[in-house]
Design a protein around this ligand. Structure first.
Ligand code: SAH
Length: 213
């Protein structure tokens, strides 16, 4: 697991770029500056780790663009000690950002190959998720609910009700909603049955799929 001052320099440049794109949360920027993104990339693509782009991670999936990771994390408005559920572990990079922010992270992945890979990777890292689960994130993860934050890292054609159900009072669900293109959407639980909905910019994600594979 290599990291050096050149990588740190590239991370600093990436952080500056994210600031110019509008990311303001200093804790999020610090996490991006501290986590070696090359460790989450396919070998052969690690030289592109500090480009602000998504890259293939196998199984037709991608590691999210750093800007998207920062944007979604900022919208979650989480603080140290919060319990957070991530749907779509993928490479584990977003998972790691949430852990670095001091959250207790539960993450669900439906692709067995990616689930196994992220499990192996986290064994070697100092960042530890509370739980990585192989399962269908449409259903959330009831046994550890409720969550202060739920982040969905794949494009959903509709909002899964189970995810709304598993939010704490005052908790946020950040989910890209749409088919070809997705609108970043944030739901805030204001009472047992009421949710406040806000919409933000448009993005392109791989699709949130049902069942396991
Ligand atoms: N956060 C990841 C994003 C990976 S892309 C990263 O930055 O690396 C989205 C991921 O969501 C893929 O790994 C895909 O397999 C997963 N996914 C899609 N539908 C899912 C579902 N219903 N439940 C859990 N994971 C899902």
């Amino acid at each position: 697991m290599l990291d050096n001052s050149k990588n740190q320099g590239l991370r600093n440049q990436l952080v500056e770029l994210l600031k110019t794109k509008g990311i303001k949360d200093l804790n999020v920027l610090k996490a991006i500056s501290d986590i070696p993104r090359q460790w989450f990339m396919e070998s052969g693509l690690d030289g592109f780790a500090y480009e602000d782009k998504a890259y293939p991670i196998g199984e037709e999936q991608t590691i999210s663009q750093p800007y998207t990771v920062a944007y979604q994390t900022e919208l979650l408005k989480i603080k140290k000690g919060d319990k957070v559920l991530e749907i779509g572990t993928g490479s584990g990079y977003q998972t790691c950002v949430l852990i670095e922010l001091g959250c207790k992270v539960f993450s669900v992945e439906r692709q067995r190959v990616l689930f196994k890979k992220s499990n192996l990777l986290f064994r070697k890292l100092k960042w530890k998720p509370k739980k990585l689960v192989f399962g269908d994130g449409y259903k959330g993860l009831k046994e550890n609910a409720p969550y202060a934050g739920i982040i969905v890292t794949a494009g959903a054609s509709s909002v899964p009700h189970d995810l709304l159900d598993q939010l704490c009072l005052g908790g946020h669900l950040v989910i890209p909603v749409g088919k070809e293109e997705q609108i970043m959407t944030r739901y805030t639980r204001v009472s047992k049955s009421k949710f406040n909905k806000e919409t933000f910019g448009s993005f392109r994600f791989v699709p949130l799929l049902k069942n396991k594979n």
